[in-house]
Write a protein that binds this ligand. Structure first.
Ligand SMILES: *[C@@H]1O[C@H](CO)[C@@H](O)[C@H](O)[C@H]1NC(C)=O
Ligand SMILES: *[C@@H]1O[C@H](CO)[C@@H](O)[C@H](O)[C@H]1NC(C)=O
Ligand SMILES: *[C@@H]1O[C@H](CO)[C@@H](O)[C@H](O)[C@H]1NC(C)=O
Length: 394
């Protein structure tokens, strides 16, 4: 009898529990707040109203964006005062920016999240329509600098998955001042000659993971700024683009360091750089410490492995200076493929703070089916296994 009773309880629990789970998530469809899926009428206020309603709920919430095209101006989703512990924004449609780039051009971001905790963005395409602004910049006229497509600032517990970002005006996705962020299965698409369209930029952030993403753009696929700690990047395809870059650092004299960065299983195709660490030739207390570049295939990459501590564009404000940034403990392991230039490995470090603890293991980069070259200045470290081109580390 007791057995039968417990079986009965289990069956009852199975029947009731799923219903209870779905009932606990309050759902907010943007159409109910007046959003128009026609790509013509502005839906900015409707999205904000849906956000505010979700925010005010005490339960986990879902903001749903059905199929269709939604015209959105600059909008900020703010977390202060939010009661909902978990907000998922599920997007089955495409969000589009105004045709006239000047409308967003002066804003820092098109879609921004500020001080949010527990927000997930799932799916969706963001079409920022950046190309007329790039054309303006190419002619050198008075153009606005442009908006980042999606930014997260001072936020925690963030997930972005299966998002497509098209033709951003400036950067595509920015993670700034955040903790515990997962970006996965994201696709970034912009022209290979589009200016400053970095794919994903991380700075002043801790515990960020970027997984299984594909980035085709005109600037860095992923750029890593000061104050980045515990960053894990895995399974990224990059190209066209400027590669995966730590830097530019030493922009400011007072700067937080970059530490504990792992980049695994990367494929680079026709990029300007593979793995780059770059700092201005200027005094700074910034540093780079503990970086692992593990497992990469390079196809026709101009600078597959590069440390450049003499960055000084147009020779302005730094032509005779040296970089204050100390780079140490950097591993390059299991990297193979082709360089598009004779010098596949270049370590151009600071004479004031030579690079130390550079380790190379099983690296094989060729140029036109021959051995490529390497070049080192102020670089210390050692090699293990086969390393081609030949080791020039002191
Ligand atoms: C990333 O891709 C790998 C290999 O395709 C897969 O095993 C893994 O589950 C994926 N991870 C995430 C978080 O999507
Ligand atoms: C480095 O970061 C990884 C996550 O990317 C983390 O698992 C690990 O504990 C960190 N190591 C240290 C020494 O903080
Ligand atoms: C490096 O790669 C080339 C081209 O794939 C190959 O022919 C060569 O044997 C490799 N060298 C080493 C040391 O593995």
């Amino acid at each position: 009898m007791a057995k039968l009773l417990s079986l009965y309880i289990v069956i009852l629990a199975l029947l009731v529990f799923p219903i209870k789970i779905s009932a606990e998530i309050a759902s907010y469809n943007v159409l109910k707040y007046g959003a128009k899926p026609n790509g013509k009428e502005d839906s900015t206020q409707a999205f904000l109203d849906a956000w505010n309603a979700a925010c005010a709920s005490e339960s986990s919430t879902l903001i749903y964006v059905p199929k269709g095209r939604y015209l959105l101006g600059s909008l900020a989703f703010r977390g202060d005062g939010c009661k909902s512990p978990e907000i998922t924004i599920r997007i089955d449609g495409t969000l589009i920016a105004p045709e006239d780039y000047r409308i967003l051009g002066q804003s820092a971001s098109w879609i921004s999240f500020e001080k949010v905790n527990g927000v997930s963005v799932v799916g969706g395409a963001l079409d920022a329509k950046g190309s007329p602004l790039w054309a303006c910049k190419a002619t050198g006229n008075n153009c606005p600098s442009g908006a980042t497509t999606m930014s997260f600032s001072n936020s925690k517990n963030i997930k972005v998955s299966r998002l497509v970002s098209l033709n951003s005006q400036m950067f595509h996705i920015v993670i700034n001042g955040c903790q515990d962020v997962l970006v996965q299965g994201v696709r970034v698409i912009a022209a290979g000659d589009s200016p400053n369209t970095d794919g994903i930029h991380v700075q002043l952030s801790k515990n960020v993971v970027i997984m299984n993403s594909s980035i085709k753009t005109g600037d860095d696929c992923i750029s890593i700024g000061p104050g980045t700690e515990n960053l894990w990047i895995e399974g990224v395809k990059c190209g066209p683009g400027h590669g995966i870059s730590i830097g530019s650092l030493a922009k400011d004299a007072e700067e937080q360091g970059v530490q504990n960065v792992t980049v695994k299983r990367t494929i680079f195709a026709d990029t300007q750089n593979g793995f780059r660490i770059k700092s201005w030739a200027r005094p700074s207390n910034g540093f780079v410490q503990g970086v692992r570049f593990i497992g990469a295939i390079m196809h026709n990459v101009q600078n597959p492995i590069l440390i450049d501590q003499h960055y000084c564009p147009h020779n302005l404000n730094c032509p005779t200076q040296v970089s204050g940034v100390q780079i140490s403990d950097v591993l390059y392991q299991g990297i193979r493929g082709t360089s598009a230039t004779p010098v596949a490995i270049k370590f151009d470090c600071s004479s004031k703070n030579p690079c130390k603890g550079i380790r190379m293991e099983d690296v094989n980069l060729t140029y036109l089916n021959q051995a490529a070259q390497s070049s080192c200045s102020n670089a210390n470290g050692n090699v293990a296994g086969q390393v081609q081109p030949n080791n020039c580390l002191a």
